[in-house]
Write a protein that binds this ligand. Structure first.
Ligand SMILES: C[S@@+](CC[C@H](N)C(=O)[O-])C[C@H]1O[C@@H](n2cnc3c(N)ncnc32)[C@H](O)[C@@H]1O
Ligand code: SF4
Ligand code: SF4
Length: 387
């Protein structure tokens, strides 16, 4: 860990934040944790005004924020996106934008050329119109997505692609990956679908890919496997903890929703606090630190689990899935066990994919049966020689 990072943790500097400018979106993705878009549209008048959003940016910058993600819904649904984005850049923040690329117009490209984002993080939901639009539920969205991507490329804007692995798009993962490789942009896949926030509606979970297959697909990209192995190696000596929360939430990270509520992260919806009549600084100093003192129940095994360095689970994810922070998500746990087997296989110089498919075990069993048979034959020969 760098000295800079150590100091931000030690001094509890809110260095990294997410600003969800709106929950409204031009798409209606089947897996979206925001739930039905009709509900989000009803909240439009409650969203922070341009001035309020800019004021929040002033406050977080003054408190030490350096990295900001501006997301949505789709943040470009808001007409004032350019003004808010430019304000964040003028404050010196390093800004990443999450979007679906469809609303990237020539005007947005010019804005990004003048004020370059650190990255534009674009979601892709399929390699064909059929699959993409099955996820987005908006007819004609795929060609518009391609046009947005093209504008980013033509404008020389740095962007990357990511997808959420689902039962309805898993067959096109390879196609999405290849398209990203052809464009020369980074690509990553995430299989950990979580429920709607903050309602805990479990409908998106029906789209989860069965754990072993999800990991097999995720790690079929050698880069993604390498990243997990490196991460696991780097954090090999992570000590066991007595705290429930061991991530950056409420230490260096925070999340602000479109209505002006602040929480330690997107998923900690049970620790939301309104900025109305309060300053960011005061919420950060008081309310947002509270989750750090929480302890898990005695039988919570995650903090001492050797696989935690390969696990995408956390208490907030547990809370969304099970209603309790210290009851693990079985799906995430099972996924992690497969990922761990693949990491171990890689370390042992074996083929992780064969291990995941169970082939490595079958080969090992076959070899051991063959060895046993050879030993038995050898022993019979020894006995015969002795006769
Ligand atoms: C809510 S979107 C906002 C930004 C933009 N609209 C987009 O799609 O990238 C942020 C990311 O969350 C992902 N996401 C949405 N619902 C999810 C869920 N239930 N579980 C996991 N990821 C989800 C989206 O696919 C997207 O990659
Ligand atoms: S594009 Fe993003 S915010 Fe919009 S519906 Fe899809 S996942 Fe949700
Ligand atoms: S969810 Fe499972 S794999 Fe992850 S830390 Fe807990 S016990 Fe370990």
């Amino acid at each position: 860990m760098s000295d800079f990072r150590r100091r931000t943790i030690h001094q509890r500097v809110p260095i990294s934040g997410i600003l969800e400018l709106t929950s409204r979106c031009n798409l209606k993705c089947v897996h979206c944790y925001l739930g039905p878009q009709e509900e989000q549209r009803k909240k439009r008048d409650l969203e922070m005004s341009t001035e309020q959003a800019k004021d929040v940016i002033d406050q977080i910058a003054a408190s030490g924020c350096l990295y900001l993600v501006i997301t949505g819904g789709d943040p470009m649904v808001r007409k004032d996106f350019p003004e808010v984005y430019r304000h964040a850049k003028e404050k010196g923040l390093i800004v990443t934008v999450f979007c679906d690329a469809i609303l990237v117009t020539d005007r947005i490209v010019r804005l990004f050329q003048e004020y370059p984002p650190y990255n534009v993080d674009v979601s892709v939901y399929g390699a064909t119109a059929e699959t993409y639009e099955k996820v987005t539920r908006v007819k004609g969205s795929f060609p518009r997505f391609l046009e947005g991507i093209d504008r980013l490329i033509q404008g020389g804007i740095r962007f990357s692609l990511k997808t959420v692995l689902m039962t309805i798009n898993k067959h096109e993962l390879a196609g999405m990956r290849e398209a990203a490789a052809r464009l020369g942009v980074k690509f990553r896949v995430d299989s950990a679908i979580f429920p709607c926030l903050p309602t805990h509606d479990h409908e998106p979970l029906d789209l989860r890919v069965e754990p072993r297959e999800a990991v097999e697909l995720e790690l079929s990209d050698p880069d993604q496997l390498r990243q997990w192995v490196e991460y696991a190696d780097r954090h090999r000596d992570l000590p066991d903890s007595e705290q429930l929360y061991n991530c950056g939430a409420g230490v260096t990270n925070f999340y602000i929703d479109p209505l002006g509520y602040v929480s330690p992260c997107l998923m900690t919806t049970n620790y939301r606090h309104s900025l109305a009549g309060r300053s960011f600084d005061s919420l950060w100093a008081n309310e947002l630190v509270q989750l750090r003192t929480k302890k898990p129940r005695a039988d919570y095994t995650c903090n001492s689990c050797e696989m935690k360095v390969a696990c995408t689970g956390c208490p907030a994810f547990n809370y969304q899935e099970n209603g309790q922070e210290d009851v693990k998500s079985e799906y995430v746990c099972e996924t992690t066990q497969h990922r761990w087997r693949a990491i171990e296989a890689h370390r042992a110089g074996e083929d992780p994919q064969a291990t995941l498919r169970g082939e490595a075990a079958a080969v090992a069993r076959r070899n051991s049966r063959r060895r046993a048979a050879q030993e038995a034959i050898a022993s019979v020969e020894v006995q015969r020689d002795g006769v």
